[in-house]
Ligand binder design. Structure first.
Ligand code: SF4
Ligand code: SF4
Length: 82
């Protein structure tokens, strides 16, 4: 009868979105990274972490959307087969 009141912000921590991938995942090459943080800032899952010129993703949460590959200005990330 009454709608459930949501009292806490949502979180994807309990949802292993890595299970959404369909055959492709990003590989961080660690060759040309400039540390621009574009991948870190734009990943919709917030699953990229790192510092300086070394970033990587957590495959438990990476859903393989490929946005990080598209936004990397120096092509230091590529999509590979699972
Ligand atoms: S493929 Fe998508 S979800 Fe996975 S690390 Fe890149 S931007 Fe994030
Ligand atoms: S977008 Fe590319 S260059 Fe920028 S931090 Fe990520 S891997 Fe490094």
């Amino acid at each position: 009868m009454f709608a459930k009141i949501i009292t806490k912000p949502g979180t994807a921590l309990n949802n292993k979105t890595g299970s959404w991938r369909t055959g492709k995942k990003p590989k961080f090459l660690h060759k040309n990274c400039t540390g621009c943080r574009s991948c870190y800032l734009l990943c919709p899952e917030g699953c990229i972490s790192g510092s300086k010129k070394s970033y990587d993703t957590d495959y438990e949460y990476c859903k393989g959307c490929g946005i990080c590959v598209k936004v990397c200005p120096v092509k230091d990330i590529e999509m590979i087969d699972e």
